[in-house]
Design a protein around this ligand. Structure first.
Ligand code: NAP
Length: 270
């Protein structure tokens, strides 16, 4: 499979690194177009991929074109690429909030997959939600699945409306977990622990808890009950979190993120 990237920033690099590592394709089958000379030089040196400053030059002869520029640069990229696609080529866009319809209109091409990865993709532990425009073939879907799967896990959704929900959950989700970790570190320091020790305790706790959820097959609620013995210390802390309505706060935060992503999508679809 030959892949071209339009934009070789953080996410573009995360995908390049993952697909080479997982042997989805080799460096010689990857090309990157980026306006930044320093990014082009870096990616060429680091991964041995071909680079160009001309977006149009990246498209001919490749199977998949990954759009990995910031949403604010998507209009100029679509204008650059308009009319340059051949039947059979797939456009895979990871630009947050940019709708399939907009990419189809901007490029004049129908075969679009839209995906929402998250930052842990940079270390191969990403979570991507994706969907495909009508008419995208099974072979093209398989290609998208392989590319996204190389960065971690992926889920296909039958309708684009779910991608806004994915954005509010797994897209922004790492930040929610970091905030909880920050609060726990603050709490630890408040008890009298040194910052460095507090960070070590909290990071390994979050990591261990995440791995327990992943590896044991038990639901989070069950794992929580397992560590909450009657009359114990955990029960006392959980009671405070419940009395202060943690679940309600989280649910409100998620709804706020969802509303915002919809607002941004409406603004960008014009
Ligand atoms: N980071 C994430 O966690 C994450 C998660 C999900 C989705 N996404 C999406 O992934 C996309 C890329 O994000 P990122 O964090 O990788 O951004 P980034 O690091 O800024 O990378 C974008 C790259 O594209 C270059 N570029 C800008 N305009 C261009 C143009 N017209 N033609 C070719 N290249 C151009 C940029 O160069 P300059 O820096 O010189 O402008 C930069 O090197 C975004 O749409 C974002 O919504 C990101």
């Amino acid at each position: 499979m030959k892949i071209a990237f339009i934009g070789g920033g953080k996410m573009g690099e995360a995908i390049i690194k993952a697909i080479i590592k997982r042997k989805v394709c080799s460096a010689k089958d990857i090309s990157v177009s980026d306006v930044s000379k320093s990014r082009r030089l870096y990616l060429k040196k680091q991964y041995g991929v071909a680079v160009t400053a001309d977006n149009k030059k990246a498209v001919p002869g490749v199977d998949v074109i990954v759009l990995a520029v910031k949403p604010q640069n998507i209009d100029e990229v679509l204008a650059d690429l308009n009319g340059n696609f051949k039947l059979g080529q797939l456009i895979l866009s990871i630009a947050a909030g940019v709708k399939i319809n907009k990419i189809q209109e901007g490029t004049g091409h129908r075969s679009i997959v839209r995906a929402m990865p998250n930052t842990p993709a940079q270390i191969g532990l990403g979570m991507s939600g994706w969907t495909a425009a009508r008419g995208v073939t099974d072979r093209q879907k398989l290609r998208a699945k392989k590319i996204l799967g190389a960065m971690g896990k992926e889920i296909y959704f039958g309708s684009e409306k779910y991608l806004d929900m994915v954005t509010a959950i797994s897209g922004s989700g790492p930040a929610y977990v970091y905030l909880f970790a920050e609060s726990l570190i603050e709490g630890a320091v408040g008890l009298g622990l040194k910052q460095k020790d507090a960070e070590k305790l909290v990071i390994q706790t979050v990591l261990g808890a995440a791995q327990m959820m992943d590896k044991t097959g038990k639901a989070p609620a069950e794992l929580r009950r397992d560590v909450t013995s009657k009359g114990g210390t955990t029960e006392r802390a959980i009671k405070v979190l419940e009395e202060n309505k943690l679940a309600g706060i989280v649910s409100k935060a998620v709804k706020a993120a969802y509303e915002r992503v919809k607002e941004l999508g409406e603004a960008k679809s014009g």
